[in-house]
Structures are given as C-alpha cells and as structure tokens.
Design a protein around this ligand. Structure first.
Ligand SMILES: [Zn+2]
Length: 112
C-alpha cells in the first residue's frame, strides 16, 4: 500500500525529529521522510517526501501548496509558512523520479 494514500488532514504530529514525521492514523503509524531540497537548474526549493518531489504551486493565506512534479499526478501537500507539513492528499500512481544530489547540495533529475 502506498503510504501517501492516507489523508493526513487534522492529524496531530505526536513526535518529530529533524526530518522525519510520525503520524498516527487509526492503527497505522506513518513515518514520513521530509526534506526541502534545492534544484540545481532553477535554484527553486522543492519538497521531497518519501522520494516523491513536490514543487511550490502557490502561496496560500495560511501557508503554501506543493504539487507533485509529475504533471499527471494530483497528489499535493500543504505546509504552513514555517514549512510544517499540514496536509498530504492524493495518491501517487507512478514511481518516484530519480534525483541525484550534486556536490554543492543541489539536486538534478536523472533518467527519463
Ligand atoms: Zn505523484
């Protein structure tokens, strides 16, 4: 089962380390690996959650909306302005794209 098929809206975050969020959803425990990365070509900040990459789509009154970089995918994430994950919606019906981290810390997409 794809972990990101869960809707996390209004769930509390019981504990949080640096880049890992633990969510409890009924009996399920979700561990999300969350990372903000910078793309090498554009210099833009993207959000990486469990290997899926989201780009910043829009700024909302209460935060920001991030959409999956796969243009056919409708998964999205909402964060606060402080970049706390607030909501993860949608299911990825594709494999995550492969990204490579360069020596300067930025990322490039590799492969197709
Ligand atoms: Zn996707």
């Amino acid at each position: 089962m794809c972990l990101l098929s869960f809707t996390l809206k209004s769930l509390a975050i019981p504990s949080r380390s640096k880049q890992q969020y633990i969510y409890k959803f009924n009996k399920h425990v979700l561990l999300l690996s969350v990372k903000f990365i910078t793309m090498s070509k554009s210099g833009k900040q993207h959000l990486m959650i469990n290997k899926y990459i989201y780009y910043k789509k829009s700024t909302l009154q209460r935060g920001m909306k991030w959409c999956c970089t796969n243009c056919l995918c409708r998964a999205y994430v909402k964060t606060s302005h402080e970049l706390e994950i607030q909501e993860i919606r949608g299911e990825h019906l594709h494999q995550p794209a492969k990204y490579h981290q360069l020596a300067d810390g930025t990322y490039i997409k590799v492969g197709i």
